[in-house]
Design a protein. Structure first.
Lengths: 631, 73
């Protein structure tokens, strides 16, 4: 028998993705829909000797083709021969969910309707008469309980046994379709007709609700009680800060960092020693050993040690998203974000940017308007990502040993302030004519489904792993070659290609106090990946081994103080260098993501150039201003 | 009055929505003339506001709420 083709559709926050993950488990393929940056998820499963392919369509409130997601849903359903389309509906929120259902029925898409979250609906005193609903719509109706994998697995039986061609829209639905056809043909303007159609849909929904749903007023819902604390008045903000503090503690103190330290030891000590010994033992040429150990293993290893931090941070954020709290964060921070030229919905990408700019740039997809999306994409790379942190930590420990933590904290603030200033300016100039809106559903609080949280964490974090395997690998090799060779052959590092390029680069920083070829080369390599700034400094100043771990910055600083680096910078020029590193051109991976998300080389180029220019100016002001003030 | 002036706890009924690019979206989300809404709360600094309608909760900015005319129930 041929593969059974199933598609899942439904509103956001209905548990649709959880059902998809539950049904398909790890057997999913995530790609992109052609031409747009919306994830396309396809999963495969075998049941009752039948191969089933399941497509998880993006969650949408309607299919009016307003957003790329809506376009994808309707085009996919219209252009593909599907055996079954299941509309996942939140039973506790049937009224609004039915809008999409009705719209799809109008388009002649036969639907299997899944009343999900039955437990939640029951707890809120909402009872849906399934038989009646089936009769009113003419389509089969099944039910599932939010987090119960047993009830979800039963869906597979339903998929293999339901024959959709047996079902036809009810008379009620047929007469609705007739009704909207006459509205569209009545000669009203397109807008007026569309509004009349929306009203007709809700009139039908009101009738269905009256006949098939009973509600006992159960008083305040649980979510309502929680919201009275978490999303109410002034108290909401300190609670939000406390929760964020918790997330950063988990990431940088309790779980993420200890894992990173273990991995660091494994790669940079155990594996490095093992690799060196085996290569030397095998009689491999000296330059080759150096390339593999000093070049590739240290370079890729430096990035890999950040992986636990990134994954733990994204796990926390995905978990919060799953509970419904992220929507509240957007709600309570919107007034502040709004004054900064951003929107409350942009808070999630901004928080992710403190881990890595790549998922932050991708996260901007969730924003409402083109303006909000572009501004968010262009300003997030100013923030202190996990890869900039080691630069700040090393310089702070070397040149401001008494106030290291304050200086690093200051760099975070400079990043945030610069992002706000840039958002303000971009909003008032380039994107002046575009409006910003904020329309957001506040879903009920729920215990997140761990499988879904894990899959989301992996989706967001895997880019970082890919980066380690591709860009960083190539950059490590390239850097090693450039620092060990010049055009006439192998050479000392201060005569290498890197030294020459760094020398050219440093001409830009004559008035910044760090016009050395070492600094120039380090910054140049930082465009490949910020992590390499510290690694390059270590190599260039001839330190045996410098840790790129922020936690070990003090030790690293001790090592580096013994080298020429200590005398190449003054406290002030070190500070100017830190400011520059904080603000300049994003790394190539981030730039590549910007190209992909904006679908424009122009915006990618703009991002690279304007950030460099801003960094150059701000750093210059810091240095010259500092000198005038006598530092 | 408009929804913008809605205070926490008020039960209101939508009378009309001013024409704007947002109107179609608001209607799709269930804000139709005749729909009952309850004002739930405001974010710190009073904006945006959260309302309950059609068994779900929606947050919107007061500047958008200004385009929605309501009457007391």
């Amino acid at each position: 028998m041929s593969t059974l083709a199933v598609a899942l559709t439904g509103n956001p926050n209905t548990g649709k993705s959880t059902i998809f993950n539950e049904l398909t488990g790890a057997h999913q393929k995530i790609g992109n829909w052609p031409g747009v940056t919306v994830d396309k998820k396809v999963g495969y499963v075998n049941h009752n000797d039948r191969a089933i392919s399941i497509v998880d369509l993006p969650g949408t409130y309607s299919v009016s083709a307003r957003s790329p997601e809506e376009k994808i849903v309707i085009e996919y359903l219209m252009n593909n021969k599907l055996d079954l389309v299941m509309d996942v509906v939140d039973s506790s929120n049937l009224e609004r969910n039915l809008f999409l259902t009705i719209q799809l029925l109008e388009q002649g898409v036969p639907l299997l309707i899944d009343l999900n979250m039955q437990d939640e609906a029951a707890a809120r005193g909402i009872h849906v008469d399934m038989k009646k609903l089936e009769e009113l719509l003419g389509m089969p109706v099944v039910e599932t309980v939010g987090r119960s994998s047993k009830s979800t697995k039963k869906l597979l039986d339903v998929f293999t046994s339901t024959v959709m061609s047996q079902y036809h829209p009810s008379e009620l639905v047929e007469s609705h379709i007739e009704n909207i056809r006459s509205i569209r043909e009545s000669g009203k303007t397109a807008e007026a007709a569309e509004e009349a159609v929306i009203e007709a849909r809700y009139a039908l929904i009101d009738r269905i609700m009256a006949e098939a749903v009973t509600m006992d007023n159960a008083g305040l819902t649980k979510s309502e009680k929680i919201d009275r604390v978490l999303a109410n008045g002034v108290l909401a903000l300190p609670i939000f800060l406390a929760i964020m503090y918790g997330v950063f503690q988990i990431t940088f103190e309790w779980i993420g960092q200890p894992l990173a330290d273990m991995l660091d030891e494994l790669i940079n000590e155990n594996f490095l020693e093992f690799a060196t010994a085996s290569l030397e033992g095998a009689g491999v040429a000296e330059w080759m050993v150096s390339l593999v150990t000093d070049g590739i293993i240290s370079g890729v290893g430096a990035v890999l040690t950040f992986v636990p931090l990134i994954f733990v941070l994204f796990f926390c954020l995905s978990f919060l998203d799953g509970t419904g709290y992220m929507a509240r964060i957007a709600f309570i921070t919107d007034p502040i974000m709004c004054r900064c030229g951003l929107t409350g919905k942009g808070i999630m990408p901004l928080m992710m940017a403190h881990g890595c700019a790549v998922p932050a740039v991708m996260g901007a997809r969730a924003l409402d308007s083109e303006k909000d999306r572009m501004v968010s994409i262009l300003v997030t790379p100013f923030l202190t990502c996990g890869a900039k942190l080691p630069i700040m930590a090393l310089f702070a420990a070397m040149f401001f040993p008494e106030h290291a933590a304050d200086v690093v904290f200051g760099m975070y603030i400079i990043g945030i302030v610069m992002a706000i200033v840039a958002a303000k300016i971009l909003g008032a100039t380039t994107f002046k004519d575009q409006g910003s809106t904020f329309l957001l559903e506040l879903p009920p609080y729920r215990m997140p489904d761990m499988k879904t949280v894990m899959i989301e964490t992996w989706d967001k974090g895997k880019g970082y792993l890919i980066k380690a395997g591709t860009i960083i690998f190539a950059a490590s090799v390239l850097l090693w070659v450039m620092s060990n060779y010049n055009f006439s052959g192998p050479c000392e590092i201060d005569e290498s290609i890197l030294a020459t390029l760094g020398g050219w680069m440093s001409k830009l920083f004559v008035f910044h106090g760090f016009a050395t070829w070492e600094a120039g080369a380090a910054l140049l390599s930082g465009i490949m990946a910020k992590e390499t700034v510290v690694a390059t400094m270590g190599v260039l100043y001839g330190a045996a081994e410098v840790s790129t771990e922020a936690e070990e910055a003090v030790e690293a600083a001790q090592t580096m103080l013994g080298t020429g680096m200590a005398t190449s910078f003054t406290a002030l020029s070190a500070f100017a260098f830190m400011v520059f590193s904080q603000l300049y051109t994003p790394c190539v991976t981030a730039l590549g993501t910007i190209k992909k998300e904006t679908n424009s080389w122009k915006w990618m180029g703009f991002s690279a150039v304007y950030m460099f220019a801003i960094a150059w100016v701000v750093s210059l002001i810091v240095y010259q201003g500092g000198k005038l003030m006598g530092f | 009055m408009t929804l913008k002036e809605g205070k926490t706890g008020m039960n209101l009924k939508i009378a009309a929505i001013e024409d704007s690019p947002l109107k179609n979206r608001l209607m799709t989300m269930g804000l139709i003339p005749g729909t009952k809404v309850t004002v739930l709360r405001s974010a710190p600094f009073g904006d945006p506001m959260a309302i309950r309608l059609r068994s779900y909760n929606l947050a919107l900015r007061r500047s958008d709420a200004e385009k929605i005319t309501v009457e007391a129930v």
